[in-house]
Design a protein around this ligand. Structure first.
Ligand code: ADP
Ligand code: MG
Length: 238
């Protein structure tokens, strides 16, 4: 397995992200129905559909061009809170790796750090512990930081650590009180539900690893009706 991600791999990652959002559209929307307005799955599918149409029109794009085009498509179509948040996140990630033919685990760390900053700038400054996508992203970054400089850790191993941490970050949102977005209107009633944005961020990060490993990503097949936590999932084969 290569220790870098090039343009053609990133292209595949964005294609697979659409497939993963489609496979989990109902699940993400269910999570958003519990503490929001039941559109998160629909929003993410719409956004990644346009992103995929747009990247098809690029000729021989590098990683930065792919991420930037994706960000602009998300900004344009996703709407709601997640549109600007994910749109700016991808565009900022793009600017960090601009012009690079391939990116390694240090680049990915720098990208995610810039992406997190963008989310915090756009969204008003959510911190870990406040029940948003920041919980997933921050956890992944912390895990990646520990291994990004280590020569003996491969890209795959580093991403595996990041994805494991992202999963814990996602699950950690269940007992949290929402401070941001629509979920915050619920006050105490937001407690006990997994955050939809934290979940889509986990799926996005997981898809990067899955793509490197030669499959598409994860489909959540069974989840707790009570808190939305994942009970069963299966890999989506090519
Ligand atoms: P909307 O809430 O406008 O319907 P979505 O349902 O698509 O948008 O996305 C909701 C998700 O966006 C939440 O689950 C949360 O993770 C994330 N989110 C909302 N507001 C913020 C914010 N201010 N900062 C960070 N993340 C946020
Ligand atoms: Mg919503």
């Amino acid at each position: 397995m290569p220790n870098t991600i090039n343009g053609s791999t990133m292209y595949k990652i964005i294609q697979n992200t659409l497939k993963v959002m489609e496979a989990n559209e109902k699940y993400l929307t269910k999570l958003d129905a519990d503490i929001g307005d039941a559109d998160h799955g629909i929003n993410m599918v719409r956004g990644f559909k346009l992103a995929n149409e747009r990247i098809q029109q690029l000729s021989n794009p590098d990683v930065g061009a792919l991420l930037n085009t994706t960000g602009m498509a998300l900004l344009e179509t996703v709407g709601g809170a997640a549109g600007p948040l994910y749109g700016m996140m991808y565009m900022r990630m793009a600017s960090v790796v601009k012009g690079k033919a391939e990116i390694d685990k240090k680049d990915i760390l720098a990208m995610l750090e810039a992406g997190l900053k963008a989310v915090q700038n756009i969204g008003g400054g959510a911190q870990p512990g406040e029940k948003t996508m920041v919980d997933t992203l921050h956890a992944a970054i912390q895990a990646l930081k520990e291994v990004a400089d280590r020569e003996d850790v491969s890209l795959e191993e580093a991403l595996e650590k990041a994805v494991e941490a992202a999963r814990r970050g996602m699950e950690s949102t269940i007992p949290m009180l929402a401070k941001w977005g629509r979920a915050s209107y619920l006050g105490e009633r937001s407690i006990g539900h997994q955050d939809p944005g934290a979940t889509s961020t986990f799926l996005i990060l997981h898809t990067m690893l899955a793509t490197l490993r030669g499959y598409v990503g994860l489909k959540v097949t069974k989840y707790s009706d009570e808190d939305g936590s994942i009970i069963e999932e299966e890999p989506i084969k090519a």
